[in-house]
Design a binder for this molecule. Structure first.
Ligand SMILES: Nc1nc2c(ncn2[C@@H]2O[C@H](COP(=O)(O)OP(=O)(O)OP(=O)(O)O)[C@@H](O)[C@H]2O)c(=O)[nH]1
Length: 591
């Protein structure tokens, strides 16, 4: 086959060599390789997180990184799966300790390394080496998957974002891995800890378990014991409970006065922190002159729950000075997956909005340096999805790693959720009554995603023009409730029965019992009359099959606290002024 450089004659050679099936999967806007295109592209584009690549994307990115002959690349390319499914089943993982899993799969979970100092002389050489080592890393991951028969979950494939991480690590004395308290191990990368030590053994690692407000004291205690057992330095923290100005939550990214470090050409950046380099940083001391004199420093040998921002600052300083004793200035790097609360934590520390906070993962695009006081500087890294295994894309949506709005298959994550959350809890949270399993079915079976979504869609009046409940809209509501912690599930640490943890999580129903009681009475009355009483918002009669009922009897789907009540005589009454809203649900009530 004639060797053809992709950059010279891409469309022709490309079509011939890849075949139509691959071409169809590609995106028309793909830019063919040009030397140094990565360096010159607009930063916004370059720094977009890439966790999924089509076969063609993968192929072209590899060719671009290697800057090599098209045909030579083609023979080497391995497609890293988009990994909707995983071969390692998360349920099976429960039976193995985290250490066992780490031993078995640890090699797979490596993050890419920056080329060692001394192996390059100029910034251009470093750039080329970084691209080569990143390509090698991707190949290695691919080969490991093949040899272990394991499929990796989606992970960050944009070299620019890894470059941001490398810089943050090099500048920091301590790296704080922020994890989501609802599933800390999913977010903790042991290899990142190892890499920090490889860069400089005097650097420290700490795990900051954010969103701890979503845990009960029992959950906290179990996780504390786990961190102690595993000797992982960790602290519990809730940025939300320490937010200075709640309106900061809603400010859009465009309004943010960022202190982004877009210094993509600082490859020879010093490995030790140089605060003088941080030219665009802002001094917190100017904004908040309150001295941190009365700060209580938490016990360093414990796994404390840090309650105030001042305690957190004192903790960071104590950890950093341990690593860099005698230093006048210390830098703490904040890293972690998207959406774990890095920006919120920094906002708390800074006392004013410094980085954009959003419920959409992946908002932070560049690392930022922020001078907190004369001693402490923070370095905020963009969120990075580390390589992992055994967790499906559904799991990643449920853990707020992949954005809900980009989800096309919404049934899968909702099914995983309804397998976990007890039926009565879902009913209470959404004020719905889910169809019960039929006689032939397991009475304990969880509701299907279809049942849950159609019921919620119907109750909220999300109907398509053809009268079909809009499940995707209902799914977005449910998944956003998961993201913001309204609907929560807390993972148990290894060795602890998940069922026990679930009992704690779901011990209190979220909604008023009264609503549920009145729903039940309404349902009873309707069933007595053998009526199908629900109507769609467009006036079409709703078929009972929407709710899984095969008995021909319709089910009341919800009253949402403002629905019909039952008076002393057992008569059903609609509240004044609510008729319009309830039009879709109750039409033929005998009131
Ligand atoms: N319940 C709760 N929610 C939190 C807490 N901290 C952050 N959040 C929420 O989590 C979401 C993500 O917070 P961010 O601070 O933007 O997260 P990030 O890690 O900077 O995200 P990226 O910019 O994607 O890297 C927001 O909706 C926050 O309101 C917390 O302590 N408790």
């Amino acid at each position: 086959m004639t060797k053809r450089r992709l950059r010279n004659d891409a469309p022709k050679g490309f079509n011939k060599s890849l075949g139509n099936s691959l071409v169809k999967q590609g995106k028309a806007k793909r830019v063919y390789i040009q030397p140094n295109v990565a360096q010159t592209a607009a930063p916004e584009k370059v720094l977009d997180s890439v966790t999924h690549e089509s076969n063609l994307d993968e192929f072209l990115n590899n060719a671009e990184l290697a800057n090599r002959d098209f045909t030579a690349e083609r023979s080497n390319v391995k497609i890293i799966s988009t990994a909707e499914n995983t071969i390692v089943n998360p349920d099976d993982l429960v039976h193995q300790s985290f250490e066992e899993l780490r031993k078995k799969y640890g090699e797979l979970l490596k993050i890419p390394r920056r080329p060692l100092k001394g192996t390059y002389k100029t910034a251009n050489e470093l750039h080329a080496l970084e691209e080569q080592s990143f390509l090698d890393w991707k190949r290695n991951v691919s080969l490991m998957q093949e040899s272990h028969g394991v499929v990796m979950t989606p992970f960050e494939r944009n070299l620019e974002l890894w470059r941001q991480l490398w810089r943050v690590i090099e500048r920091s004395d301590v790296i704080v891995q922020i994890v989501d308290a609802r599933n800390p191990l999913l977010f903790h990368s042991a290899d990142l800890d190892a890499y920090v030590k490889e860069v400089d053994s005097s650097k420290g690692n700490v795990v900051l378990v954010n969103k701890s407000d979503l845990l009960s004291p029992e959950h906290v205690e179990q996780w504390r014991q786990h961190f102690r057992r595993e000797k992982i330095p960790a602290v519990f923290w809730s940025a939300k409970s320490n937010i200075v100005d709640p309106t900061l939550e809603t400010v859009k990214e465009e309004e943010t006065a960022t202190t982004s470090s877009t210094d993509s050409d600082d490859e020879d950046a010093p490995s030790s922190p140089e605060v003088n380099d941080l030219t665009d940083a802002v001094n917190r001391a100017d904004l908040d002159p309150t001295p941190a004199a009365e700060v209580v420093v938490p016990k360093v040998d414990d796994i404390p729950f840090i309650h105030t921002t001042d305690e957190l600052i004192a903790f960071f300083k104590a950890e950093a000075f341990k690593c860099n004793p005698g230093s006048e200035k210390i830098v703490v790097g904040m890293v972690g997956y998207p959406n774990v609360g890095k920006s919120s934590t920094i906002n708390c520390i800074f006392g004013k909005k410094k980085t954009s906070v959003s419920a959409t993962p992946g908002k932070t695009k560049h690392f930022q340096t922020l001078i907190i006081d004369n001693e402490l500087t923070l370095c905020d890294c963009p969120g990075l999805v580390m390589p992992s295994f055994g967790f499906s894309a559904s799991e990643m949506v449920l853990n707020c790693i992949l954005p809900v709005d980009k989800m096309r298959d919404f049934f899968s994550p909702v099914q995983v959720l309804s397998n976990r959350v007890p039926r009565r809890y879902l009913e209470a949270l959404y004020s719905i009554l889910l169809p019960k399993p039929t006689e032939n079915e397991d009475p304990q079976r969880p509701p299907t995603a279809h049942e849950l979504l159609t019921t919620i869609a119907f109750m909220k009046g999300f109907m398509s023009n053809s009268g079909i409940p809009d499940c995707s809209r209902a799914a977005r509501i449910v998944l956003k409730d998961v993201v913001n912690g309204k609907l929560r599930w807390i993972a148990a640490p290894p060795g602890i029965d998940q069922a026990l943890f679930d009992e704690i999580t779901f011990s209190t129903l979220p909604e008023k019992k009264q609503v549920e009681k009145s729903q039940n009475i309404v349902l009873e009355q309707l069933e007595k009359r053998n009526l199908l009483l629900c109507e769609g918002s467009n006036g079409r009669k709703v078929d009972s099959t929407f709710f899984g009922g095969s008995d021909g009897v319709g089910h009341v789907v919800g009253v949402k606290g403002r629905g019909p009540t039952v008076d002393e005589d057992g008569r059903i009454r609609l509240k004044k002024g609510k008729k319009e809203k309830l039009r879709r649900v109750y039409k033929h009530l005998d009131a």
